[in-house]
Design a protein around this ligand. Structure first.
Ligand SMILES: Nc1ncnc2c1ncn2[C@@H]1O[C@H](COP(=O)(O)OP(=O)(O)OP(=O)(O)O)[C@@H](O)[C@H]1O
Ligand SMILES: [Mg+2]
Length: 409
């Protein structure tokens, strides 16, 4: 497959409309300064308007028809950080990119062009462009390109706050609501405008594909089949986009294929998602395999869902103890009581006594809403924004994010 996506869909971006309580975002909010170079005045107006709607606050410092006109801004004491440059030919594009970088080696360049031929993309990316967008520009593609560009800039400038966070949802035996929680955390964050991805590393099931009614062209198998390291373009190319805009790395169709993924490949994957997304949610299960331990090692927080039954509690007690011995103690592993019924024989206080840790959060039993949302392939935050279970999942998201921004992770 080509590592570069050439997506010129004109579909407007679909973002969740549900009202979500505020919580602290991980991403930085510094304003990006942009120089817009495009020979067509109407296109400049359209692009400037699209840029103003990006999640990352931007300021179009100047909008000019040619690089020649833009030179005075590039040579100023405070040159723009990002140049959105029109390429009308490969030669002009390469020439302009070289001139910009010669002047300001730290500039980030987003090329816009009507041409979608891979030769153009490869040549201009090799010349030093960071992103390549075909026109007419897709709003969502531009938004993602700006976000990635901003992250690269933050990294170059050593800004640590933008290091993406990883939240793993794990239960070894399954059936505890791991996928329900992972999907809804990711959907809530994405609806809130956080750059989020959802990764299915569960060795037994391929649930996320079904939960979100996705038809992936590529899955984790592509990672497994790759010899050597993958890069960010490859990663973005194997993701599947949900109608909400959420990017998902689906599990392989073949049973057991996740097991073939090496800890090194996991490390490669985690490093990349951290560089590309504000938050990554991982759904996993199974034993304390090397693959899972590598995942936990890269995770800022591990949510451990369980139901209040004796077998589930007994298993949780053993696994929490083992995790703690391996260095993943209660500061990182948080118990989430799922399918809670106030009239349960076993109370939360009983569970806390058996497990020796406090429950981090409780999600009520809500059979109908959960079943319907899976059936429709729609996260609860979209389908049932006002239900009690959605409220509990949204609170879990806020609480987890608050825990992450407390700085201990
Ligand atoms: N809060 C809840 N209320 C009612 N039903 C729930 C709740 N959470 C999950 N369920 C149901 O429990 C079942 C298991 O949930 P889910 O698939 O999310 O768990 P899992 O741990 O990912 O399981 P698996 O082992 O299949 O991967 C599903 O049928 C789901 O509808
Ligand atoms: Mg599951």
């Amino acid at each position: 497959m080509s590592p570069y996506r050439i997506d010129i869909t004109l579909r407007p971006p679909v973002r969740f409309q549900a009202s979500i309580p505020n919580f602290t975002m991980v991403t930085m909010s510094n304003i990006l300064t942009i120089l817009l170079i495009n020979s067509d005045r109407a296109s400049r107006t359209v692009i400037a308007d699209l840029l103003s709607r990006c999640r990352r606050p931007v300021e179009v410092s100047a909008s000019v028809a040619s690089l020649q006109e833009g030179m005075k801004y590039l040579e100023s004491d405070t040159p723009p950080q990002v140049i959105v440059l029109e390429a009308q030919s490969i030669a002009q594009g390469v020439r302009d990119i070289s001139a910009i970088l010669a002047n300001n080696p730290h500039a980030m360049i987003i090329v816009t062009s009507m041409e979608k031929h891979p030769d153009w993309i490869l040549t201009l990316i090799r010349a030093g462009a960071g992103e390549y967008l075909t026109t007419p520009i897709n709003t969502e593609e531009l938004d993602d390109a700006v976000e990635r560009t901003a992250r690269m800039l933050d990294q170059k400038q050593g800004v640590d706050e933008t290091r993406g966070k990883i939240i793993t949802v794990y239960n070894p035996s399954g059936g505890m609501g791991t996928t329900s929680i992972a999907v809804n955390l990711a959907a809530t964050l994405s609806a809130k405008g956080e750059m989020t991805t959802l990764v299915d590393l569960n060795p037994f099931s391929n649930d996320i594909t079904a939960f979100l009614d996705l038809t992936p062209a590529y899955t984790l198998s592509s990672l497994q089949e790759t010899v050597g390291q993958i890069d960010a373009s490859f990663l973005m190319g194997i993701m599947t986009k949900h109608a909400s805009g959420l990017k998902v790395l689906c599990g392989p169709e073949e049973v057991g294929a996740v097991v073939g993924i090496t800890p090194n490949q996991i490390l490669n994957l985690l490093t990349l998602v951290k560089s590309q997304f504000g938050v990554t949610i991982i759904d996993t299960g199974g034993s304390l395999s090397e693959r899972n331990l590598e995942t936990f090692n890269g995770s800022d927080i591990i949510l451990y869902p369980l139901t209040l039954t004796l077998p589930a509690l007994n298993n949780a007690r053993r696994y929490l103890k083992a995790l703690s011995r391996l260095g993943f103690g209660p500061d990182r592993v948080k118990v989430v009581v799922n399918r809670y019924l106030p009239k349960d024989d076993i109370r939360i206080s009983d569970a806390e006594r058996i497990l020796g840790v406090k429950s981090f959060h409780t999600i009520p039993n809500s059979y109908v809403e959960i079943k319907e949302s899976i059936y429709k392939g729609t996260p609860l935050v979209v389908g049932y924004p006002r239900s009690l279970v959605t409220k509990a999942l949204t609170e879990l998201t806020s609480r987890t994010m608050a825990e992450l921004s407390n700085g201990s992770h």
